[in-house]
Design a protein around this ligand. Sequence first.
Ligand SMILES: *[C@@H]1O[C@H](CO)[C@@H](O)[C@H](O)[C@H]1NC(C)=O
Ligand SMILES: *[C@@H]1O[C@H](CO)[C@@H](O)[C@H](O)[C@H]1NC(C)=O
Ligand SMILES: *[C@@H]1O[C@H](CO)[C@@H](O)[C@H](O)[C@H]1NC(C)=O
Ligand SMILES: *[C@@H]1O[C@H](CO)[C@@H](O)[C@H](O)[C@H]1NC(C)=O
Length: 404
Amino acid sequence: MFKYMPSLLLLFNLFSLLFASPSTKAQSLVYGSPSSVGLLSAPFKDLEKNVSAYMIAADYGSASYHVVHPLYPGATVLSVDSVGHDSTIVSHFAVGQSKKYADVNGTLLSETEWIDTKTDTIYDMASLTKMFTSIVAMQQLDSGGIRLNATVSTYLPDFAAPPAVNGKEDVTILQLFTHTSGFDADPVPGLWIGIGSSWDTYDERKAAVISSPLLHTPGTAYLYSDLNFMTMQFVLEKVTGLPLDILIEERFTGPLGMKDTWFNRGNRQLPPGLLERVAVTEYQIAALGDVEPQREQPVWGTVHDENAWSLNGVAGHAGMYSTAGDLAIFCQMILNNGTYNGVQILEPSTVDLIFHDYNGARFPGNNHGLGFELNQYYWSGPMQSLQTAGHTGYTGTTMAIDRR
Ligand SMILES: *[C@@H]1O[C@H](CO)[C@@H](O)[C@H](O)[C@H]1NC(C)=O
Ligand SMILES: *[C@@H]1O[C@H](CO)[C@@H](O)[C@H](O)[C@H]1NC(C)=O
Ligand SMILES: *[C@@H]1O[C@H](CO)[C@@H](O)[C@H](O)[C@H]1NC(C)=O
Ligand SMILES: *[C@@H]1O[C@H](CO)[C@@H](O)[C@H](O)[C@H]1NC(C)=O
């Protein structure tokens, strides 16, 4: 199943969005009014109205499965402008609720049980996790821990173990970054399906990922796949000797002060206080059946993605939690060419590779830099360009970075 299509926005999911644009002097983020940076304020008021309007029940076409529903119960939106001097957060608002429904069919909880969405509501980032994994992978490119054109089997010999088919031994690190390895979209069967029988242990599930077959010869097809980023995780863990969550925290999100960004290792029930800050996702078992992971419903504070859940909540393709504010720091680091607030995360030449289109010539319409998609209307609208990088996540998350 494709995990990134906006038409898969779920009724019970929320939506966060980030727009950013560049500057030469941009350093750290400050709050300011649109007029303080020479922008009109009306479009940002309109944005708030527009985002709120989708909470009114209507037939939104395929996005609401052609029935009358709100598109989401709530949203957090943050916009940064960095044309000029310091980068400025010109709009940051929250609308609606992050907890609202009593069941899969949209029955409302009593209002006393609702939780209002906040500007610092913590969201399950879903596939935006791939962007975090990409940053620590790029750090390994910088330090020589991995090479873009090296084969995956250089680092994970089992990756090409018999009966590897379709030239699996030729898959490169670059192909993982750009979804051209030839993998199918997801592990088949899902990693959670065998739990309790064939895939009891973490090591068995990890081995199932590493031994997944290719659908296509490497480099011959663009096929968005979670397997690419699960594989990237295992490469990074091998070369650094650190688990992915520690790697991201120690070398990226910690040094930048992104304090609301974390994985829930072990799929723990979050303690009161923290739990209420996290947006609810889905009544997953009611929506998808008993084969789904058996856990408290709705899914709330443990990763929505079943494969990430099967990997103890820490996976290269899904599992991060974060806020709009922390994502703004992430995006500003990219716009600053690898540095934020005096802390260097990446070399500027490596940041350029995020905006380098590796795919467009062979796979028109699927422009892609390292980790990030490029030039896509579905998450950047009229900001679409080859210098606009971004991604979406299945839970309704979006990030968009316009470098022009
Ligand atoms: C970042 O790098 C790009 C391309 O190399 C350059 O055009 C831009 O001015 C740089 N931005 C900053 C903030 O240094
Ligand atoms: C939001 O704005 C877009 C672009 O102007 C418009 O097409 C759409 O109908 C608006 N949606 C709502 C629900 O107001
Ligand atoms: C939701 O609606 C479906 C279809 O009407 C029904 O079969 C199901 O029992 C309902 N589930 C709940 C939890 O209300
Ligand atoms: C990787 O290979 C591609 C073509 O296969 C080439 O264009 C690129 O320069 C190589 N990159 C590095 C870092 O060696």
